[in-house]
Design a protein around this ligand. Structure first.
Ligand SMILES: Nc1nc2c(ncn2[C@@H]2O[C@H](COP(=O)(O)OP(=O)(O)OP(=O)(O)O)[C@@H](O)[C@H]2O)c(=O)[nH]1
Ligand SMILES: [Mg+2]
Length: 228
């Protein structure tokens, strides 16, 4: 099955080319869709120079709206039967993707989450309050939707592409993670998870998510559960 990598990128000049090299080196039938979300550090130009002549890479450029908007802008360009959201910052390792998509290829899953919190793969041991926040948001998801997810906020989410298209996503910012999780759970799609590595970065290294995004996620999880 063909895999479309959807790459939201905002000011990731330090990592974007290596990320693209690693993705294209994978022995998978694939397509890459990069959305440059209004970067001011030359990320879009680096991608444009790198993709020169490559037919299997699409670059979309838009003004800065947030990760959710970037993911949503990528979806119409996906031609693979499977779509994987791939952050541009090397926190998530593309070599985990063949395992991640296996339950979809096997025909048992509609959606697969790569979990940073189920153990067994390298994890940077830092940012305690992020860990607490992620565990709390996953617990809230499980209580609201009767699921057993360990990491609903993970950036590594793989989908049958038609399922991703049908979610009718609305959020522009990091609220997209909770929106995806809530809608997938509410529709009782077949969701699997498996461990992935996480090479976390610090704020000094470019991390951007904050506690405000955690509160937003709570509102989105509750909102979809109560009002659809
Ligand atoms: N922060 C941010 N990221 C964006 C935006 N648009 C696209 N992205 C991309 O979304 C992905 C996730 O953003 P990160 O800043 O890495 O988020 P993070 O703080 O590391 O959070 P996690 O990786 O989800 O733990 C990256 O590939 C970004 O380049 C935007 O407007 N803001
Ligand atoms: Mg990141």
């Amino acid at each position: 099955m063909r895999v479309s990598f959807l790459v939201p990128a905002y000011n990731e000049a330090a990592t974007i080319v290596e990320l693209l090299e690693r993705v294209t080196a994978l022995e998978l039938d694939k397509q890459v869709v990069v959305v440059d979300d209004g970067s001011t550090d030359g990320t879009g130009d680096l991608v444009e120079a790198w993709l020169d002549g490559r037919g299997d890479v699409v670059l979309v450029r838009q003004h800065n709206l947030g990760k959710g908007a970037a993911v949503r802008a990528a979806i119409p360009h996906a031609v693979g039967e499977i779509a994987v959201i791939q952050d541009a910052d090397l926190e998530y390792d593309p070599s985990d993707v063949p395992a991640l998509i296996e339950p979809i290829e096997r025909g048992v899953a509609d959606v697969v989450y790569g979990s940073r919190l189920s153990g067994g793969r390298p994890q940077r041991a830092h940012l305690f309050w992020h860990l607490v926040g992620n565990k709390f948001l996953s617990l809230l998801t499980n209580v609201l939707y009767n699921t057993t997810l360990s990491d609903m906020e993970t950036g590594y989410k793989a989908f049958r592409t038609e399922v991703l298209r049908s979610l009718d996503l609305r959020h522009d910012d990091f609220g997209i993670e909770a929106e995806i999780t809530a809608k997938v759970c509410k529709r009782k799609l077949r969701i699997y998870e498996l461990p992935i590595a996480y090479y976390g970065r610090t704020y000094a290294e470019g991390k951007k998510i904050t506690w405000r995004d955690g509160f937003k996620a709570i509102r989105v999880l509750l909102g979809v559960r109560l009002f659809g």
